[in-house]
Design a protein around this ligand. Structure first.
Ligand SMILES: Nc1ncnc2c1ncn2[C@@H]1O[C@H](COP(=O)(O)OP(=O)(O)OP(=O)(O)O)[C@@H](O)[C@H]1O
Ligand SMILES: [Mg+2]
Length: 262
């Protein structure tokens, strides 16, 4: 329906690439100030951040350091006080509210700590929801929702409501809902925050597979060092600034194999 921003079937920085496409995310001097006067909070303070297609970035840092603000900014859920944000070369600050909503709908997927599923609604209908907004016809919606649920290992659970699913399964539904539109960029804010460690690892294996197998770029906020080891790059915030930005060695192979129907 929408043209991909970059060739997402390839890893970033693949050999033999010609002129590099614009980075998916390019922040230059992004500042976000909440409140005024004595109540002023500089949630982001002159942040430069570039995320290329295909990356898997973990965003870390203490509570209040600006992680969620950064993710919300990347996700066009909030606007900056100053600075430039280009998404795939497009200056987000020049877009109208509606255009930003379209950008979100077509290029971004979101996963949150609390799953944010519709309670009385089946897994299948939850996953179909973003396609309803994109006016995809019913049959095609259901086909794609089934496929997304299969991709996260939830075949046979399509008609369960959230209350009939475990926390890990609910988060899988949320991931399926985020990927059903084939987003260029998946944004996850503490996706394992409510899960036990075994289930957390399963969700991280799933995200890793989506990154490696489908080339979905991922930016994930986490408090947990172990979860950050699944990412290829770690960005650490302190007081609204990036204090560490480093690549991790590619020592981890995606978990187990065979779990994801691609
Ligand atoms: N809507 C808002 N209005 C006023 N201040 C805000 C708002 N949102 C965030 N802040 C402030 O901005 C700073 C950064 O908040 P942010 O939510 O980005 O932190 P965080 O790193 O995600 O923290 P946590 O790990 O606790 O989720 C904090 O000091 C917070 O109080
Ligand atoms: Mg937060």
């Amino acid at each position: 329906m929408s043209p991909p921003i970059a060739d997402r079937t390839e890893r970033p920085r693949a050999e033999g690439e010609g002129a590099a496409p614009p980075a998916l995310v390019a922040f230059r001097g992004i500042t976000k100030i909440y409140g005024t006067g004595m109540a002023e909070v500089r949630a982001l303070d002159g942040v430069d951040l570039t995320i290329g297609a295909g990356e898997f970035v973990a965003i870390m840092g203490p509570s209040g350091s600006g992680k969620s603000t950064c993710l919300n900014m990347i996700g066009c859920l909030d606007t900056s006080t100053s600075g430039s944000y280009r998404f795939a070369g497009v200056e987000v600050g020049t877009l109208s509210r509606n255009q930003r909503a379209l950008l979100r709908r077509h290029y971004l997927g979101f996963v949150f700590q609390g799953y944010n599923l519709l309670k009385r609604t089946s897994a299948l209908e939850n996953v179909e929801m973003p396609l309803v907004y994109r006016r995809v016809p019913g049959r095609e919606r259901r086909r794609r929702a089934h496929e997304a649920l299969a991709a996260v290992g939830l075949q046979g659970r399509e008609h369960h409501t959230p209350a009939e699913l475990s926390g890990g399964q609910q988060q899988r539904v949320a991931v399926a809902r985020a990927i059903v539109t084939a987003p260029a960029l998946l944004l996850a804010d503490e996706p394992t925050g409510n899960l036990d460690s075994t289930t957390s690892r399963e969700i991280m294996d799933l995200l890793t597979e989506l990154n490696v197998e489908r080339g979905i770029t991922i930016a994930m906020v986490t408090h947990e060092e172990e979860m950050a080891t699944y990412a290829r790059r770690i960005v650490r915030f302190l007081d609204g600034r990036i204090v560490v930005d480093r690549e991790r060695p590619a020592d981890r192979v995606p978990g187990g194999g065979g779990g994801l129907a691609v």
